[in-house]
Design a protein around this ligand. Structure first.
Ligand SMILES: [Mg+2]
Length: 313
């Protein structure tokens, strides 16, 4: 990236999660200005505003790239706004979980951010859609949908990992695992009690490798279905997933596809990128290579140990 290519649009959510490294964003802007890059800095007022700012940057001929500083929600809206544009997107991770940034291997230190910017390595990123809602990373039906619903119901401002403790505890003891049906490419592959996780990144919250084979730019959705009717099977699946051995179980179905339909006769909560999702039935599709995204050299997802350690940093 060179200053003569055009200005850099910075879309910043100053209210992003508790780990928001505002100082890093500020230092990065100073760095750009010292290097004679022209910048346009916008602070988001809402998620829709973040999308509008990105859509605006996408059509500006003198804008060379977009930088987003925020959590998964802000990043999702910016990706949506930039869809189909050839302007590269760079992420400054500022959220609680930073699902997408962690998948790309983006670290939050200033040194790593400069490394991503200067190396200029760009990869395609797909965008996922569930009914009329877009998401970049991962969605779930059942247990985790219920946890997200409870976290959201008690949410007041920023959330930390601690805000998930009671919702997980409550859901663990109270959840009754309703029957859910899943169609992949219009073929019924599952109809039983269970948990369905789908998306485009290999690592779930805390780095759990649920969608182990997922690639964010391959034009395919990954889906993992855990047949699960109670606490013990949930604990077993969780344990096997931490060992990356969950797919060996006869009670786990794993597929890669372009279309998933999910429905149930019981009301079930859904989540998309850690926010409450639409009601069932759900039709999930993928928009291949929706945007170009800057990644670190030798990028690989941040692992579980590192992510758990970070919570206590
Ligand atoms: Mg994929």
């Amino acid at each position: 990236m060179k200053p003569e290519n055009g200005y850099i649009s910075l879309i910043i959510n100053t209210r992003a999660g508790a780990n928001c490294n505002k100082l890093t964003a500020k230092k990065f802007i100073e760095y750009l200005q010292q290097k004679n890059f022209k910048t346009k800095i916008d602070h988001t007022e809402s998620l829709i505003h973040a999308r509008e700012l990105a859509a605006d940057a996408a059509v500006k001929y003198d804008c060379s790239m977009v930088v987003v500083a925020g959590g998964d929600g802000t990043i999702r809206e910016v990706v949506h706004g930039l869809e189909g544009s050839d302007k590269p997107l760079m992420i400054l991770p500022c959220g609680t979980e930073n699902l997408l940034a962690n998948e790309l291997g983006c670290e939050t230190s200033f040194k790593n951010i400069i490394n991503v910017f200067e190396s200029g390595i760009v990869r395609p990123l797909d965008l996922c859609k569930a009914n009329d809602r877009f998401f970049t990373s991962v969605g779930g039906i059942g247990f985790d949908g219920e946890v997200v619903r409870l976290v959201d119901a008690q949410r007041q401002g920023n959330i930390t990992h601690l805000h998930y403790f009671w919702p997980i505890w409550h859901t663990f003891w109270g959840y009754d695992f309703p029957k859910v049906s899943v169609e992949v490419e219009d073929k019924l592959i599952f109809s039983d009690r269970g948990i369905v996780i789908f998306g485009n990144i290999s690592r779930y919250a805390l780095g759990l490798p649920i969608l182990q084979s997922a690639n964010f730019g391959d034009g395919l959705l990954d889906v993992c279905i855990y047949k699960c009717s109670g606490k013990f099977s949930l604990l077993y699946h969780s344990f096997m997933t931490t060992l990356k051995s969950h797919r060996r179980s006869k009670n786990v179905i794993y597929k890669q596809c372009k279309k998933i339909k999910i429905y149930s006769e019981s009301p079930m909560s859904t989540e998309l990128d850690g926010d409450p999702g639409p009601q069932l039935p759900l039709e999930v599709t993928i928009i291949p290579q929706a945007v170009k995204i800057l990644v670190p050299s030798q990028a690989k997802p941040v692992g579980m140990r590192r992510r758990i350690f970070r919570i206590f940093e």
